[in-house]
Design a binder for this molecule. Structure first.
Ligand code: BG6
Length: 477
């Protein structure tokens, strides 16, 4: 379905995110004819380019980040015709009039801030005071949204001076992932799971976002953030919210976001013993996180695992275990919902029984597995075994699953004016209010992060976190 005609201005249009994700994403939407005839993309950045030079950058980014078979030459040419460029000085006067002249009165206006967060407020103010943003305009801001509660509040306040909440689209790209949206469909479009979705039936939940890459050239940013700020406060928190939230009354932005905020506000502080931090190290090559971060003294965590309690009626007594880390064995994200054992077993004890589990695989091999207990076939009597009822989305849905990347989906939602998959200001602040004390405690502690092998499953201490509760993590790949 095509969206309304728009002018999309990308600040930081020559930067990494724009070249890697935003421009290729827009190209895909153009190719499938979701971008209307007169939609336009306007790059804005400090580089002294003209439109022709910027189109060259766009062409190169497509060559690099879109497979050859997916970019027929004539489609690329047509896409490039939609592109303009203005050399804008975010802090000064240069370029703003030219930008204003390019924008059309009757089109949706969206401004994507793909720049360093310290410029978010300045850009908002420039757009506002120069009358470039209209009351219908939208702004899109990338993570990191603040470094802690205080900076997130200041950022929200800066943006809200110039725009109202309905105009602000805070991106968490995990919410744009097809399988993450599927979590909501799974929970709220089926009657099968909801009656079981509580602490009476669920023993615990495991949320794992494992990455095989290290900090790859982002050492400086990452060393100031760590896994807690980079992944847990935003992406894992969003996954936790979608799993734990109450059914919203409507699939509408505020109804959904109200329920997510309630989950974050119900989180109990995490006890220091319930959190494990780690740093990767490759013993074979004698190189590790600290080398990649360029900081031999670094205590920043490239891995974190924790036990989290959602203190409300539905979840009291069901812990949520979260873990995420770089340089783990594989790239694998999943949510495993582990059910309680039947209250009374009438069959002989099964060695190694793990019990019923619903595993939602988010990436890469997207799908759902339901682990069930059945009779072991054969004449051995009533012996039990476990099998996985497996549904791989690729088989069930074919190409549709990969039809759009998270960014494409989210940018189109901005144009449609749908904020459901974007974070509201209070949501981000609540998540920081929860994360800040954990980060602060860590800062004040003398403990060093536990070392873990590159290519492994994380520090031994993270295994203990589960073992001490008589549980165990699912394997990382
Ligand atoms: C980003 C983090 O937000 O998410 C990165 O800054 C991380 O450190 C990335 O690698 C993971 O995203 P995805 O989509 O590859 O799971």
């Amino acid at each position: 379905i095509p969206v309304s005609p728009f002018d999309l201005v990308i600040f930081g249009a020559t930067g990494d995110l724009a070249r890697r994700k935003i421009l290729p994403g827009l190209f895909h939407r153009f190719k499938v004819e979701q971008m209307p005839e007169d939609a336009r993309i306007i790059g804005a950045a400090r580089s002294e380019f003209d439109s022709a030079a910027f189109r060259k950058v766009v062409r190169e980014s497509l060559e690099q980040f879109v497979g050859e078979a997916d970019r027929p030459a004539n489609t690329v040419e047509q896409f490039l015709e939609r592109i303009d460029y203005v050399n804008v000085d975010a802090m000064g006067d240069k370029g703003w009039d030219a930008l204003s002249d390019l924008l059309r009165e009757d089109k949706v206006r969206a401004f994507y801030f793909s720049v360093t967060p310290s410029l978010f407020g300045t850009l908002a103010e420039q757009l506002h005071k120069r009358g470039i943003a209209t009351p219908e305009s939208r702004i899109v801001v990338e993570k990191p949204f603040g470094h802690d509660l205080e900076t997130a509040k200041a950022l929200n306040a800066d943006l809200l001076k110039c725009f109202n909440e309905e105009q602000i689209y805070r991106i968490d790209h995990y919410l744009g992932k097809e399988t993450v949206q599927n979590l909501m469909a799974l929970r709220f479009a089926n009657s099968l799971f909801e009656p079981l979705w509580n602490s009476t039936h669920i023993d615990h939940v495991q949320i794992t976002v494992a990455e095989s890459l290290g900090v790859e050239g982002r050492g400086e940013y990452y060393d100031n953030s760590g896994a807690m700020r980079d992944m847990v406060q935003n992406h894992l928190m969003q996954l936790l919210c979608l799993i734990a939230m109450e059914p919203p009354s409507r699939f509408e932005p505020n109804a959904v976001r109200d329920e997510k905020v309630k989950v974050i506000e119900a989180l109990e502080p995490v006890a220091p013993d319930d959190i494990v931090r780690g740093q990767y190290y490759d013993w074979n090559n004698r190189v590790g996180y600290k080398d990649h971060a360029g900081n031999p003294e670094s205590r920043t965590e490239s891995f974190v695992a924790m036990k989290v309690a959602v203190a409300n009626w539905r979840w009291a007594g069901t812990p949520f275990y979260l873990r995420t880390g770089k340089k783990l064995r594989t790239r694998m994200s999943e949510i495993a919902v582990i059910f309680r054992d039947p209250p009374h077993m009438i069959f002989p004890k099964m060695e190694g029984r793990r019990g019923n589990a619903l595993v939602i695989r988010l990436q890469p091999d997207e799908g759902i597995t339901l682990r069930t207990t059945i009779k072991e076939p054969g004449p051995g009597g009533m012996r039990l075994t476990e099998v996985a009822m497996d549904m791989t989305f690729d088989d069930a849905l074919g190409e549709d699953l990969h039809a759009q990347d998270a960014y494409e989906r989210l940018i189109m939602d901005v144009i449609r004016g749908d904020q459901t998959l974007f974070m509201r200001g209070d949501e981000v602040e609540s998540a920081w209010a929860w994360a800040d004390p954990l980060i602060e405690n860590w800062k004040n502690s003398t403990q060093r992060p536990a070392s873990y092998d590159s290519g492994g499953s994380g520090p031994e201490e993270s295994m203990m976190l589960m073992h001490q509760d008589g549980r165990r993590w699912r394997s990382v790949g």
